[in-house]
Ligand binder design. Structure first.
Ligand code: PEP
Length: 255
């Protein structure tokens, strides 16, 4: 059985002090969670303070982005080594907001994944179609292109160190969630793609998270789907209690 993962993507929210205070509360309120992998992804300036708060717990730290070069003249960017040394275990790559507002493509996603896999970090790689693409019946072809090009050239061993996240763009921050059936259909499709691109064992072990307006009142039915292994959660991860509530749902389903 694949482990459940609940990851909070805080986007451009919380100062270092606010993030550290959240992390302290979260640590205390999740002391009896021992199966679910809990990840929080604060902004870069909050990584160090959050790491200080989490370092003696089983909670994991993630960054929201990384550059594909190891170092150099890339003003405003951050390297794999920098986030790794700041205590991160995960990094989100290819979030739709990065694709939409900052020009990320399947090719930059691919380069970022490869650079990340040269370290100990685990990439959380995001895919998803827009509303227009879904309405035009193009969901599968868009996902196929994103997955095939984003993961091009990876070995089976590398693929087995990656977490994927299906995040339909129309569901992110909109309050509209994919139905469990809509999400499951795409998760199942992604697993079939992985089976063809890598092998069936790889398709079975890679965790695929769902993201897009996940909340305490819809997470259970999503996580109950066979191919949904957790949530990448934006808005509802910004307050400790709803976030803990969702972690508990994941934990209960693992028991
Ligand atoms: C996200 O940012 O990855 C996300 C899914 O956001 P929200 O939960 O707010 O839709």
């Amino acid at each position: 059985m694949r482990k459940k993962i609940i990851a909070g993507n805080w986007k451009m929210n919380k100062t270092g002090a606010e993030a550290a205070s959240f992390a302290r509360d979260l640590k205390l309120k999740t002391l009896n969670i021992n199966k679910t992998e809990i990840v929080i992804c604060p902004p870069f300036t909050a990584l160090a303070p959050v790491y200080d708060m989490l370092k003696e717990s089983r909670l994991k730290l993630g960054a929201q982005n990384v550059h594909w070069e190891p170092a150099g003249a890339f003003t405003g960017e951050i390297s794999v080594e920098m986030i790794e040394k700041a205590g991160c275990k995960y990094v989100i790559i290819g979030h739709s907001e990065r694709r939409q507002f900052f020009g990320e493509t399947d090719q930059t996603v691919n380069k970022k994944i490869k650079q990340t896999l040269a370290s100990s970090l685990c990439p959380i790689v995001c895919f998803g179609e827009t509303l227009q693409q879904r309405q035009d019946g193009k969901t599968q072809s868009i996902i196929r292109t994103q997955v095939t090009e984003g993961l091009a050239g990876l070995s089976i061993e590398q693929m087995q160190r990656i977490v994927l996240a299906y995040e339909p763009v129309w569901a992110i921050g909109t309050g509209v969630t994919a139905t469990p059936e809509q999400a499951e259909e795409v998760h199942n499709f992604i697993r079939q793609l992985l089976s063809g691109l890598f092998n069936s064992q790889t398709a079975e072990v890679v965790p695929i998270l769902y993201g897009g307006s996940v909340k305490p009142d819809n997470i259970k039915e999503l996580l109950n789907q066979q191919n949904i292994d957790g949530g990448l959660i934006g808005g509802a991860s910004l307050k400790v209690d709803p976030f803990v509530e969702m972690i508990k749902v994941a934990e209960d389903l693992s028991n």
